[in-house]
Design a protein around this ligand. Structure first.
Ligand code: CU
Length: 203
């Protein structure tokens, strides 16, 4: 084979391989949440709903929720089902952590107790839904842990923008959860590269 023909053939094989690699490459879901009748588009959880036939191993890395300056930080945390959350206390006062239910199921209520600065307590969230975190020492404190069935999730920033990275190509249901709005669902088809979506959350 002449060097020229060999070069053409090699380039052909490489291009073919690249096209196939690209077709299977994960994409990013980028978007913006608009709100109707709600004050803010911030702190809205956006996630890919359960994928039939697909199960995810609990992540090894723990997620932290702090209690700092008399607030839970962050206010909204999304975790994959099975994830362990470390509840930290960074204040000089004792804080408590409890949730009266997960998505209204009172059987999943739990009280972790009260502990001082510098200590933490951990909890593994095995049931999907939303845990409303409260502190029984300071009734004004509240926050949320959204337990998602997939590892593809994000929380909106101040202007409602979000980005879910590394989603395998496919068609899914995007779901939102917010403190004051209704749950929104919307189909999304993900390919390699960026997929842009717009979502509206209503009161
Ligand atoms: Cu407290």
């Amino acid at each position: 084979m002449s060097p020229w023909k060999l070069a053409v053939k090699t380039i052909g094989v490489i291009s073919f391989a690249l096209i196939f690699a690209d077709a299977g490459r994960a994409g990013d879901v980028k978007g913006k949440v608009s709100v109707q009748g709600i004050k803010s588009a911030e702190n809205i959880a956006v996630y890919v709903d359960a994928i039939p036939g697909k199960k995810f191993d609990p992540p090894a890395e723990h997620v932290a929720v702090d209690q700092r300056k008399m607030n839970f930080v962050p206010r909204v945390t999304v975790v994959l089902q099975g994830a362990t959350v470390d509840f930290v206390n960074s204040d000089a006062v004792g804080h408590n952590v409890y949730w009266p239910s997960i998505s209204g199921n009172k059987k999943l209520a739990h009280n972790l107790g009260t502990w001082p600065k510098g200590e933490k307590k951990s909890f593994q969230f095995n049931d999907p839904g939303v845990a409303s975190l409260l502190c029984n020492v300071h009734p004004e404190m509240s926050a949320f842990v959204v337990i998602a069935p997939t590892p593809y999730f994000a929380v909106t920033d101040a202007d409602g923008s979000f980005e879910i990275r590394n989603v395998p190509p496919g068609t899914y249901t995007l779901k939102t959860w917010s403190e004051d709005g209704k749950v929104t669902t919307q189909p999304v088809t993900v390919a390699s590269g960026a997929t842009n979506v717009e979502l509206t959350v209503k009161k």
